[in-house]
Ligand binder design. Structure first.
Ligand SMILES: *[C@@H]1O[C@H](CO)[C@@H](O)[C@H](O)[C@H]1NC(C)=O
Length: 490
């Protein structure tokens, strides 16, 4: 009997996704160059009650064991390994067969591979998979893009293996070309923002509010029962409760403050710049990771500035704050900051969609992020509804519901950022979100002065508020005459 689908690349994500597919009753063939990986996966399938999963040691046997038109998911490291795997498999594939890359691939690589595959009569999908190991096994959020036919061929599988939420499975055909990978990239950029904002909330509560790990655990658990309910808030509550097995106290305090990264956050910020989309919260989270990496420099800087006289006194001891009120303020600041961050991510998607003609459905994307993925959260349902109300919404902030929420939270938000600044606690994500909000909502900005300067030194011209056309002024000549007239010498 032939398998319904195949999967090549049996590292953690691949193994778990293959087991998920088999568990839903779809016979699956698996392959990995390293034979031990095949054996390991087959053994896991056997130990989980004899799931219909079949291991293959040669790429040819693997491909020929799958029913036509074939669908083969590959889960290998992005970049060259994907090309190598495609090369190996496509020797045995036939026209109409499809390759589905489930890795975190750069979207332009997918677009190149779509062209190469189509020259061989093959179909291709670049599919974002989010949810980590556990998601892959028990229900990820899936973001497939590329060939619609390739999607149709496995739609019944994807809708079964994806996370299920109240309004359906967390999968949709995202769009053509590299749309699936691009959406996954922005998802990860948003994830960077969320994690940064949560870490800032933690820092403010700890340093300004003097909260213990036990109080932090309780606070985040409480938040997870309200509007902030999400996977990241939930795991954060758990983290504060984990004790250090090698010593006193909680493990979180023993972890080196240096953040790792794999590149999707950087890509998101680069794309935002390419498309002239402001994404300051996501950029701030990337910058924070870079600065966190300078551990030795930061330690030296702390010493130098202490010697230069900066106060290192414990903020909570010299400035009493009402803990309960601070906790509630931080909750509101976090929520408002998050909305601004999602607004940036969504606008990046909208702009790219217009450039590429992807016709992305932002409400539907918010829906498939409601379950399975790392940024899954209750408030994504509100984002979904905002785009359902108005598909062309200029910015989440001006959706009537979100606008109301922002206004309700802005006083608390400003108090938190103000306190943090006073305490010398950097909150780059919250500050970036607040500045984004305060810039976007202002009908008139000081950009008039920048335009005047540009025209002064570069004759770049300017427009006027009261009449059409572009204008240039001989600024220095007039200024000199003016000074001459008033007796001021330059
Ligand atoms: C198989 O496993 C190895 C090591 O675990 C990995 O490097 C390789 O990319 C995997 N995939 C394929 C398709 O062989």
């Amino acid at each position: 009997m032939l398998s319904r689908i195949g999967l090549a690349g049996l590292a953690v994500m691949g193994q778990n996704l293959a087991l998920n597919i088999a568990e839903k009753g779809f016979p699956i063939s698996v392959y990995n160059r390293t034979v031990a990986k095949v054996d390991e996966t087959v053994a896991r399938a056997a130990s989980e009650g004899g799931l219909p999963l079949f291991g293959h040691r040669s790429p040819q046997d693997f491909v020929l064991s799958i029913s036509r038109p074939r669908s083969i998911v590959i889960l290998v490291k992005a970049g060259a390994p994907v090309d190598q795997t495609i090369d190996t498999l496509s020797r045995y594939l036939e026209p109409g067969d499809a390759i589905i890359d489930g890795g975190n691939e750069w979207y332009e690589n997918t677009e190149r591979r779509i062209r190469e595959a189509s020259a061989r009569g093959l179909l291709y999908l670049g599919m974002g998979v989010s949810g980590g190991e556990d998601g892959a096994r028990n229900g990820p959020s899936l973001m497939p893009g590329g060939s619609h036919q390739a999607y149709d061929n496995i739609e019944n599988i994807l809708t079964r293996i994806a996370a299920q939420v109240d309004d359906g499975p967390c999968v949709t055909f995202v769009g053509e070309g590299g749309a699936g990978n691009f959406v996954k990239m922005v998802h990860n950029g948003i994830e960077y923002g969320d994690m940064q904002l949560i870490s800032e909330a933690y820092d403010v509560l700890r340093i300004v509010g003097g909260l213990s790990n036990a109080e932090l655990a309780e606070t985040f658990a409480e938040w997870n029962r309200g509007e902030l309910e999400s996977f990241l808030i939930e795991i954060t509550a758990d983290i504060f409760g984990v004790r250090d097995e090698h010593g006193d106290g909680e493990l979180v305090d023993k972890i080196l403050d240096k953040t790792g990264m794999k590149g999707t956050g950087k890509w998101t910020v680069q794309q935002a710049a390419e498309l002239s989309i402001a994404a300051p919260t996501i950029a701030a989270s990337l910058d924070s990771r870079y600065l966190s990496g300078l551990k030795e420099e930061r330690e030296a800087a702390a010493k130098t500035l202490e010697q230069a006289g900066i106060s290192s006194a414990d903020f909570a001891t010299f400035r009493s704050v009402d803990k309960k009120r601070l906790i509630d303020d931080v909750r509101q600041a976090l929520y408002a900051s998050k909305i601004c961050s999602y607004a940036q991510g969504m606008n990046l998607l909208k702009s790219k969609s217009a450039e590429k003609g992807w016709n992305l459905n932002l409400g539907e994307l918010a829906r498939i992020w409601k379950g399975g993925c790392i940024i899954r959260a209750r408030f994504l349902d509100r984002i979904k509804k905002a785009y359902e109300r108005n598909r062309g919404l200029a910015n989440l902030i001006v959706d009537p519901e979100f606008a109301k929420e922002m206004v309700q939270r802005q006083a608390a938000w400003r108090r938190v950022v103000g306190l943090a600044i006073e305490a010398g606690i950097s909150t780059p994500g919250m500050c970036a979100s607040l500045a984004y909000f305060d810039t976007y909502r202002r009908a008139r900005l000081p950009a008039n002065l920048v335009q005047a300067q540009r025209d002064y030194f570069g004759a770049h011209t300017y427009e006027r508020v009261d009449r059409p056309g572009s204008f240039h002024t001989e600024w220095s000549k007039i200024a000199r005459q003016g000074r001459a007239g008033t007796g001021i010498r330059s």
